[in-house]
Design a protein around this ligand. Structure first.
Ligand code: ZN
Length: 167
């Protein structure tokens, strides 16, 4: 396992759409392990493969109060419910936070790291992380969802350690 370098804006890989994964092999398992290490090292709640320069549809999410890390391959949101305004940050946009609207609940489907189909019904931070990470593999960033420029503000990157900063 190894730490990967987290790509930050304006790296063009963050604006590209990742490819669907068709083969779950050892190389992918290694990438997943490296992504988990990298996310934890950065105190992140989630990380998408684009953020480490790999254009494959895989994301990892680890909610602080939950025991297991979630690995989602080819994840898709199949239903969104409700709206809430939250503030959010991103490991690829260090030093900033923004206010945007996210869903209250999402339902998603994906494959787990063994290729088994899974369905997730999520709310709160998990729903936010799923929307944020699926955005990444579609080449989208949270700043695309801001109502206007006043909804983005600078923070001290040294203090960027709270859970929702690290998606
Ligand atoms: Zn992010």
């Amino acid at each position: 396992m190894a730490l990967k370098i987290i790509r930050t804006l304006p790296d063009p890989v963050l604006r590209q759409k990742a490819r669907r994964i068709t083969t779950i092999d050892d190389k992918l398992q290694l990438l997943i392990d490296d992504m988990i290490d990298t996310m934890r090292h950065a105190n992140g709640v989630g990380l998408a493969a684009n953020q480490v320069g790999i254009l494959q549809r895989v994301v990892v999410i680890e909610i602080p109060e939950e025991e297991d890390v979630r690995v989602l391959i080819n994840p898709e949101i199949i239903r969104r419910e409700g709206e809430r305004i939250i503030d959010e940050g991103c490991l690829s946009i260090p030093g900033y936070r923004g206010e945007l609207t996210r869903s209250v609940q999402v339902r998603a489907r994906a494959l787990d790291r063994n290729g088994k189909p899974i369905r997730i019904r999520a709310e709160g931070l998990l729903a936010q992380a799923i929307e944020h990470e699926i955005g990444h593999i579609n080449g989208m960033l949270y700043i695309d969802h801001l109502e206007n420029a006043t909804k983005l503000w600078k923070i001290n990157p040294e203090t960027q350690t709270s859970e929702t900063d690290g998606n």
